[in-house]
Design a protein around this ligand. Structure first.
Ligand SMILES: [Zn+2]
Length: 330
């Protein structure tokens, strides 16, 4: 069993007598569980114990009340798809913590830092990388240099690019990198889980060999598939059909590329689709994206035409960003 301490966030630190540390632990099936637990010390004598119990009870009650009221007000997930140009960076915040799913190209580092400053984020509990191509991981070192980050979850695969490898080496000196694999689940809170969808597709290709993150919040399901192409999409459908049938929100694979027919067929309308893209030499989004989206999506958004997008996820998913009119015709 492997343990990795994850320090508590700022808000949790205010309640440090109640919540003293967090741990990421590997469970029996390799599932990762992020736990918050009490730190206990040995009692010295009975009267000391009584006083400790009384003060602990008061603290516990106030802590429960504070946590309860916080959760009742903010019990939803905020999902920000940043406009990082050609690349992907999705900032997700739950009631207590901040996460990134991919962290954009190097050219977007100031955009990301400005976004974090605007949202008062001084600490990230985790960064999840689908893969290490520069449009998904290029800003990592710059962000780690400015924002305390507890852990980077990745697939332990380096890109064939010396500059990027050096950047990742330097990043590993700042924050711990934790390899994760298909089939694992990370429990981030009572309501929020990240599954890494099953795969038995062997490839040297970084895009198709990427991690596919499946976020579950209450009953909603969000898919962050990175840049997987049609062969990996087929494999994903073969191994994860039941989960994919229930997806409510998806970051379109590979910046709007054409979906494999089997992948397209697995989704049930209505789904919210988001394309993170800008001008590029790869001819994405694909010319068929509108016709494919109309088969599965009730709404489709693009960062190149709509800019950054903010959704709230609770028992339904709502676009918070205003001034967006016709989602298909722009
Ligand atoms: Zn990409």
């Amino acid at each position: 069993m492997r343990h990795l301490i994850v320090h508590q966030n700022t808000r949790a630190r205010r309640h440090q007598k109640i919540v003293s540390h967090c741990e990421v632990a590997c469970g029996d099936r390799g599932n990762l569980i992020i736990m918050r637990s009490l730190r206990r010390s040995a009692p010295r004598d009975d009267s000391w114990l009584m006083r400790r119990c009384a003060s602990a009870l008061v603290l516990w009650c106030s802590g429960v009340l504070v946590l309860f009221s916080t959760q009742s007000i903010q019990a939803e997930l905020q999902v920000h798809v940043l406009d990082v140009g050609y690349g992907a960076a999705v900032h997700v915040e739950d009631e207590l913590d901040h996460y990134f799913f991919d962290i954009g190209p190097e050219a977007a580092q100031q955009t990301i830092l400005n976004h974090l400053a605007d949202h008062g984020v001084t600490r990230l509990r985790a960064v999840f990388l689908t893969h290490t191509h520069p449009d998904h991981a290029g800003s990592l070192l710059a962000i780690l240099g400015q924002i305390k980050t507890d852990v980077i979850f990745w697939n332990d695969r380096l890109p064939p690019n010396e500059k990027l490898v050096q950047m990742l080496d330097q990043a590993q000196e700042i924050a711990p990198f934790q390899p994760v694999k298909s089939g694992q689940t990370l429990s981030l809170s009572r309501d929020f889980r990240v599954r890494i969808l099953n795969s038995n597709y062997e490839t040297m290709d970084l895009n198709d060999g990427g991690l596919v993150f499946a976020l579950e919040y209450k009953k909603k399901k969000l898919l962050l598939p990175g840049d997987i192409g049609s062969l990996r999409q087929k494999n994903l459908v073969e191994l994860n059909k039941k989960w994919l049938e229930k997806v409510n929100w998806m970051l379109w694979p590979h910046h709007g590329d054409r979906l494999d027919e089997s992948f397209l067929a697995v989704f049930k309308k209505p789904l919210i689709g988001v394309v993170s893209v800008a001008e590029n030499p790869y001819k994405v989004p694909h010319g068929d994206i509108k016709s494919q989206a109309k088969l599965i999506c009730s709404e489709l958004y693009r960062t190149d035409t709509h800019g950054p997008l903010h959704f709230s996820v609770n028992y339904k998913i709502t676009l918070i960003t205003d001034s967006i009119a016709n989602r298909f015709d722009e």
